[in-house]
Design a protein around this ligand. Structure first.
Ligand SMILES: Nc1ncnc2c1ncn2[C@@H]1O[C@H](COP(=O)(O)OP(=O)(O)OP(=O)(O)O)[C@@H](O)[C@H]1O
Ligand SMILES: [Mg+2]
Length: 329
C-alpha cells in the first residue's frame, strides 16, 4: 500500500492520500476512540479543529507549488515531539544507523542539551566542540562533526552547554534560522541529516523544524497520545505559516508498541483513524534490547542485529528511503 506524503510532487492527477476524512471526523466529534481528546468537546476545541482543518486543507492544496525541491541532496529530517520520553532519541540513533548500514551518508545532529544521542552512541566526552559552537559561535559543522563506530554515520554532538545557546540566541537576528544556515553548507555531503530534538517547543526545536525538509514524529502508544498530536499539529501549522513553508510530514511513528495490550492496539487504531496513511506502516515494539543498547554506546543494529527492535528500525529505514524515492520522482 502506498503511504502518500503531505508534501511533494503530487499534482491533481497523481495518486494522493485524502487527509480530510480524518480531520472532519475530529471536527465533528465522531469517534471510535476511548481517548479523551475526542470526548472532551468544547466550542473552543471545535473551532480550533476547524481552523486546523482549514489550514491543513490549504497546506494539502498547495503541496505541488511549495513542496521541497526535488533531488536535493541531504534530506533533513527533524525527529520531534514536545512530549518527553516518547522514543525520539532511540529513533534518531537507530534510524540513522540503519540508513548508514543501507549505504547512505548520514549526519545525526544532537540538538538536545540532554545529549542522549551523543551518549547513546558512546561519544560523550569524546569531542571538543558541540552544536553550541556552530549555533552560538558560527563554527563550521565540518569542524564539529565526529565519526561514530559505524561507517557512513557522523555525529554533531551535544552537551549541557547547548542549553545556553537558547538564551544567547534570543538576542540574535533570524535566531530561528541559525541551524538552517549552519547546515546549508554541509547538506550536500550527506544523504540524510537527522536532528534529534529536545522535549520542548523552545528555540532549539524551532531551529530544527525551520531547518528541516520534513518532521518525523514518534508517538508512544499510551493513553494521552492523541492529545499530544493535536498540540503538535498546531505547532507544525504555525511553523509552516511563518518559518518554514515547505516543511512536510515524514510520518508519525508508533513507538513502544505492545501488541499484547488492549491499550496499545486501541491507540494504534485511533492514530491510524486520526492520521490515516501519514502513520508509518512500521511500528516499533517495546523491546528491552532497544533500552539496553545506549548503555553499551551502540545502535541496535550493532548491539543485537537480530532482535525485534533491530528488525523494526530496519523496516522504518526502508520506508524512509522509499519516501525519498517517491518525492524525487
Ligand atoms: N521501543 C522501545 N522499547 C523499550 N524501551 C524503549 C523503546 N524506545 C525507547 N525506549 C526507552 O524509553 C526511554 C525514553 O526513550 P528516548 O530517550 O528515546 O525518548 P525521548 O523522546 O528521546 O526522550 P526525551 O524527550 O527525554 O528526549 C529510554 O530509556 C529508552 O531506552
Ligand atoms: Mg531524547
Amino acid at each position: 500500500m502506498e503511504r502518500a506524503r503531505v508534501s511533494g510532487s503530487g499534482g491533481p492527477g497523481k495518486k494522493t492520500r485524502n487527509i480530510f476524512p480524518e480531520f472532519s471526523i475530529m471536527g465533528r466529534g465522531k469517534t471510535r476512540s476511548a481517548l479523551p481528546v475526542r470526548r472532551e468537546s468544547s466550542v473552543g476545541a471545535d473551532l480550533r479543529c476547524m481552523l486546523s482543518l482549514f489550514e491543513w486543507s490549504l497546506w494539502y492544496a498547495s503541496r505541488s507549488s511549495v513542496g521541497p525541491p526535488l533531488n536535493r541532496m541531504g534530506r533533513v529530517i527533524a525527529i520531534a515531539n514536545q512530549k518527553g520520553g516518547v522514543g525520539k532519541t532511540t529513533t534518531a540513533i537507530n534510524l540513522a544507523a540503519c540508513l548508514a548500514v543501507a549505504g547512505s551518508r548520514v549526519l545525526l545532529v544532537d540538538a538536545d542539551p540532554q545529549a542522549n544521542s551523543t551518549s547513546g552512541l558512546g561519544l560523550r566526552g569524546q569531542h571538543q566542540r558541540t552544536l553550541y559552537h556552530a549555533l552560538a559561535m558560527n563554527e563550521p559543522v565540518e569542524k564539529i562533526e565526529i565519526p561514530t563506530g559505524l561507517d557512513g554515520l557522523s555525529l554533531v554532538p551535544s552537551e549541557r552547554n547547548l542549553a545556553g545557546a537558547e538564551i544567547e540566541l534570543v538576542e540574535v537576528d533570524r535566531r530561528e534560522y541559525r541551524l538552517r544556515e549552519v547546515l546549508e553548507a554541509t547538506r550536500n555531503r550527506f544523504d540524510f541529516i537527522l536532528i534529534d530534538c529536545p522535549p520542548s517547543l523552545g528555540l532549539l526545536t524551532l531551529n530544527a523544524l525551520t531547518a528541516a525538509d520534513s518532521v518525523l514524529v514518534p508517538i508512544q502508544c499510551e493513553y494521552f497520545a492523541l492529545e499530544g498530536v493535536s498540540e503538535l499539529w498546531d505547532t507544525l501549522i504555525r511553523i509552516r505559516r511563518s518559518l518554514n513553508p515547505t516543511l512536510a510530514v515524514e510520518g508519525f511513528l508508533l513507538t513502544m508498541f505492545d501488541e499484547r495490550t488492549n491499550l496499545s492496539n486501541q491507540v494504534m487504531a485511533d492514530l491510524r483513524d486520526f492520521l490515516g496513511s501519514q502513520v508509518f506502516e512500521t511500528s516499533i515494539p517495546r523491546n528491552v534490547r532497544l533500552a539496553e543498547a545506549p548503555s553499551h554506546g551502540q545502535p541496535i543494529i550493532l548491539y543485537d542485529p537480530k532482535c525485534r527492535g533491530s528488525e523494526s528500525y530496519v523496516n522504518l529505514a526502508k520506508e524512509v528511503l522509499a519516501n525519498g524515492k517517491k518525492s524525487a520522482r
